[in-house]
Design a binder for this molecule. Structure first.
Ligand SMILES: Cc1cc2nc3c(=O)[nH]c(=O)nc-3n(C[C@H](O)[C@H](O)[C@H](O)COP(=O)(O)OP(=O)(O)OC[C@H]3O[C@@H](n4cnc5c(N)ncnc54)[C@H](O)[C@@H]3O)c2cc1C
Length: 418
């Protein structure tokens, strides 16, 4: 029997889910209100692939996904004529003062402990001084001398994907190759029952009947849940949060750096450029939004100065220009910065939401574990009382999908690191 399936959202998450469900034999229709694949929050992503997370499942998912990015053509199984997004292995340093990162050993992620001397030796352009806790840049104490020196944990297999929109387009092209259809400029406005375990999805351009539906609407996902009449049993949900990242001219550092001491992350970019983003330090206001479309798309001088001056503390040779060059985006944030990949109380209706600024890297794995979840639940498994696990094919780790449950007690994640 074929299963008609609607995926709402053609971002990197919806496209990855469409691919795996199409591979599993579903008749997939992807609906997106935008004009193209990956034009939502995916297009703004810094696309860093790293493994420091606060849960075993988070680390294991990222480690599995990294194998797929490194073998992108093999994972897609389809030669997209548009070309392929490319994973750049740079390594990543987390300047966490030399703490042992949780779960890396359990998952099998290679890592090295660097003391401050090793940081200075391996990254000569980077000052390992301890300046934290993070402060506003207009606080006179911001420019105080370092109070010590920092080491960190280095994962040599981390890196970034050079074109997140293209990565989503690659997944969509592979999904189309397996029969999925992408209908763009189609806004989903609600659903009605259309028979036993059958739904009529209302859209701006007519109805689509389906057996299974997945909400992968990114920062719009909570609002869409409201339109669909689901969410009453959720113990946690997500909210849109405006973000800015800025670009500076610098060939340093050549590795990705997460810097909780100053409250920023640094990511190299081809052509001697550096991307700087924020780690939500307590001293910075968070820009929660009622609706993602309320986000001002213009980068601000205030956030630019905060990010650039913090980066310049870490990189003493960095030149800070007077004008910002950056972009804005919107995260879809849960209270524990961990996504919700789950069924809902409506039979056949699923969510892949709350990606909290840290799930671009996991998208190919999210496609696989959502296909596993849909197959089991549609086959009669009660995931709520007997949570599923999923064995990652490439790395062999077993992921506990209760980590992503809508019914969980919030975990310990408190910023974009998850
Ligand atoms: C600035 C920034 C930096 C980031 N950096 C990283 C990083 O370094 N590493 C990492 O792993 N992650 C990162 N992320 C997070 C990552 O990019 C996101 O988790 C991921 O892209 C979310 O993909 P998505 O498909 O869920 O959402 P989106 O890409 O937003 O896609 C959702 C789609 O749903 C559509 N839609 C919404 N409502 C409807 C409706 N009612 N009807 C039809 N269509 C609808 C929208 O048009 C949109 O295309 C970052 C995010 C941002 C914003």
């Amino acid at each position: 029997m074929t299963v008609d399936t609607v995926v709402v959202g053609a971002g990197v998450i919806g496209s990855a889910i469409a691919l795996e469900l199409a591979r599993a034999g579903h008749q997939v229709v992807v609906l997106d209100k935008g004009p193209g694949v990956g034009f939502g929050s995916t297009s703004a992503s810094s696309a860093i692939v790293r493994f420091h997370y606060s849960t075993f499942t988070g680390v294991a998912a990222a480690w599995e996904a990294r194998q797929l990015w490194a073998d992108w053509a093999g994972h897609l199984g389809y030669a997209d004529p548009e070309g392929l997004a490319t994973f750049h292995r740079t390594g990543m340093l987390v300047l966490d003062g030399g703490a042992t990162p949780p779960y890396l050993d359990d998952v099998g992620v290679p890592w090295e402990l660097w003391d401050a001397d090793e940081v200075a030796r391996r990254l000569p352009g980077l000052d390992p001084g301890r300046y934290g806790p993070p402060r506003p840049v207009d606080d006179p104490a911001f420019f105080d001398e370092a109070t010590g020196r920092l080491g960190g944990s280095f994962t040599p297999d981390a890196g970034y994907v050079d074109d997140p929109r293209l990565a989503a387009a690659n997944l969509a092209a592979a999904a189309r190759h397996h029969g999925a259809r992408f209908l763009l400029r189609r806004e989903v406005t609600g659903i009605d029952g259309a028979g036993p375990r059958r739904w009529r999805v209302r859209t701006s351009e007519g109805d689509v009947d389906t057996d299974v539906m997945v909400n992968a609407a990114g920062p719009w996902s909570s609002a869409l849940n409201g339109l669909l009449g689901i969410g009453a049993d959720f113990r946690l949900t997500s909210r849109p949060l405006r973000q800015e990242v800025h670009q500076l001219a610098s060939a340093d550092p050549a590795v990705v750096v997460a810097d909780p001491d100053l409250g920023v992350y640094l990511r190299p970019q081809a052509g001697g450029q550096l991307i700087v983003g924020g780690l939500e330090p307590e001293c910075d206001p968070l820009e929660w939004l009622e609706r993602p479309e309320d986000a001002d798309p213009r980068p601000t001088l205030r956030v630019f100065e905060a990010q650039a001056l913090r980066a310049a503390r870490r990189l003493p040779d960095l030149a800070v220009p007077s004008q910002p060059r950056g972009l804005t985006g919107v995260y879809d944030v849960t209270p524990d910065w961990t996504p919700i990949y789950d069924r809902t109380a409506l039979p056949g209706v699923y969510v892949a939401m709350g990606t909290s600024g840290n799930q671009f890297k996991n998208a190919p794995v999210v496609g696989q574990l959502m296909a596993h979840l849909v197959a089991a639940v549609e086959g009669g498994h009660d995931h709520d009382t007997d949570p599923l696990t999923w064995r990652a094919p490439r790395t062999g780790n077993v992921l506990d999908l209760a980590t992503y449950s809508r019914l969980r007690d919030p975990g310990s994640g408190s910023n974009v690191l998850g």
